[in-house]
Structure formats: structure tokens, C-alpha cells
Design a protein around this ligand. Structure first.
Ligand SMILES: Nc1ncnc2c1ncn2[C@@H]1O[C@H](COP(=O)(O)OP(=O)(O)OP(=O)(O)O)[C@@H](O)[C@H]1O
Ligand SMILES: [Mg+2]
Length: 244
């Protein structure tokens, strides 16, 4: 893998701000208002949970925040910088150094160990597998996977795979974490562990974490909770809880 030559941005706590974000999809005659004018601010060190039924626009919102697709209107600001209009190169750098992404499916590379699966981002950044492994090994240990470093992905339990994904997301010390139903495949005990872990990492690392989920247990771990319906927040949580 070719290392990313771009300079690593300065690491400092960042606000994640959605300002009047809109995304409409047109398929033939039909217009789907996937995200329909959503505004939300997440302070550094805060975890916000967004609940919404299937099709309410959760993944679309995260893809926009990850600079994977542009909105039709509005902006997403990270540390005051608009991330919706980055060049391809800057978007890749943003996803590598600023963002941590956690998916519902722990899509690890088969045949590759837990350690090397978690080391992908530092490998892309530094170009040295040895250095990448040194970066993530302590993190995996802290996440309770110290005894699994050399185990191949397909031999790990679902909960272990999800923790490898979390280690991968946190490996380069991001400012913002986006989690798309990270407990969708886990039983209730493992789900609680993942929420606890995300809460702890959010608070200790000063992350701005946005967690979208169907799982109501997330409420007791998040600093603020909102509901999403047809691309819009249907409530507004206490802004005070979101201040940096
Ligand atoms: N590329 C696309 N083209 C057309 N419609 C799309 C596209 N992406 C998403 N949509 C539509 O936008 C709406 C929101 O989709 P999205 O995937 O964001 O929902 P979600 O809340 O993540 O749902 P789920 O809980 O099932 O993952 C849905 O009606 C979906 O069909
Ligand atoms: Mg989704």
C-alpha cells in the first residue's frame, strides 16, 4: 500500500456541525428526501445518538459527514472547516486522519490477523507495517483483544470483530467518530460493551462522536439523544449537553 504523503493535520478537539444539510434522491418521478434540512452540533468529548427507523436517512447523513457524497444543500463543518466540498485528495486525508468510521458489519479482511486488520489506517499513513502494528497493538490490548492479536479475522467472534473495527477507527487518534449501527449484529451484553467503550473513548480522547442506531440501549450511554424521521430531527435535545 502506498503511504499517504500528506502532512498529518494538527490534532485538537473539534466540533462537528451539520448546518441545514439536505440530500434528495430522484428516481424517475419520485423524490426521496433522505436528509431534509438537518442541523445538529456535537461538541468535542460528546457522544450523540441518533435514532431513526429504516430509511430515515441515517447512513446518508454519515456518508455526507464522511465526505463520501456531497449534500444538495447545507454544510458539515469539522473544526470550522467545510468537509462537504473537499478535493478528492483532501477528502481521503480527512477520512484517514480526522475521521474514525465504524460500521454495522465488521468487514475485516479474511485470512488477515486482528492486529493487521486494525493496522490498516496507520499502514496507509506511515507505509510501514512494523510501525502500524506498534501503533495499534496497545489499543487492541486496551480493548480486551491482547490475546487475539495473531488470530485471523474469520476465527474471531462477532463482538471481537467489532472491537477490531473500533481499534481500526481509533488507530490514528481521530477527532470525529461516525458509527453506523455498530451494535446491529451483537447480543445485548456485547452491545453494552461497545456503547461503554465508545462513551469512554469519546470522553477520554475528546472525540465528537455521532452514533446512528436502532438500539434504544444507546440512550443511557450517549450525552444527547435525537430522533430522526424522514431526514429531519423530530426533537431537539438540550443544546447545553452538546456544548464543547
Ligand atoms: N443512492 C441512492 N439513490 C436513491 N435513493 C437512495 C440512495 N441512497 C439512499 N436512498 C434512499 O434514501 C433514504 C434514506 O436512506 P438511508 O440509507 O440513509 O436510511 P437509513 O436510515 O440508514 O436506513 P437503515 O436503517 O435501513 O440503514 C431511503 O429511502 C433510501 O432508499
Ligand atoms: Mg443505514
Amino acid at each position: 500500500m502506498r503511504p499517504c504523503r500528506a502532512r498529518r493535520p494538527e490534532r485538537r478537539p473539534a466540533l462537528l456541525e451539520f448546518r441545514d444539510v439536505r440530500k434528495h434522491y430522484r428516481t424517475g418521478e419520485e423524490v426521496v428526501r433522505a436528509v431534509d434540512g438537518l442541523s445538529l452540533t456535537i461538541g468535542a468529548g460528546k457522544m450523540v445518538a441518533l435514532y431513526g427507523p429504516s430509511g430515515s436517512g441515517k447512513s446518508t447523513l454519515l456518508r455526507i459527514a464522511a465526505a463520501i457524497e456531497p449534500p444538495d444543500g447545507g454544510t458539515v463543518l469539522v473544526d470550522g472547516r467545510d468537509v462537504t466540498s473537499l478535493s478528492e485528495r483532501d477528502a481521503a486525508r480527512y477520512r484517514l486522519f480526522v475521521l474514525g468510521w465504524i460500521n454495522q458489519q465488521a468487514d475485516l479482511i479474511g485470512g488477515v490477523t486482528a492486529l493487521d486488520n486494525a493496522a490498516i489506517k496507520p499502514l496507509a499513513a506511515f507505509g510501514s507495517m512494523r510501525r502500524a502494528r506498534r501503533t495499534v497493538a496497545p489499543l487492541l490490548e486496551r480493548l480486551g483483544l491482547g490475546g487475539r492479536l495473531d488470530h485471523r479475522a474469520e476465527t474471531l467472534s462477532t463482538g471481537e470483530r467489532q472491537r477490531v473495527m473500533i481499534a481500526r477507527a481509533l488507530a490514528l487518534d481521530p477527532q470525529v467518530v461516525l458509527a453506523d449501527e455498530p451494535t446491529g449484529n451483537l447480543d445485548s451484553r456485547r452491545s453494552r460493551e461497545v456503547f461503554e467503550l465508545l462513551r469512554e473513548e469519546t470522553h477520554t480522547r475528546g472525540l465528537a462522536t455521532l452514533l446512528v442506531t436502532h438500539d434504544e440501549r444507546a440512550a443511557s450511554y450517549a450525552d444527547a439523544v435525537h430522533s430522526l424521521q424522514d431526514g429531519l430531527l423530530t426533537d431537539s435535545g438540550p443544546e447545553a449537553a452538546l456544548a464543547p
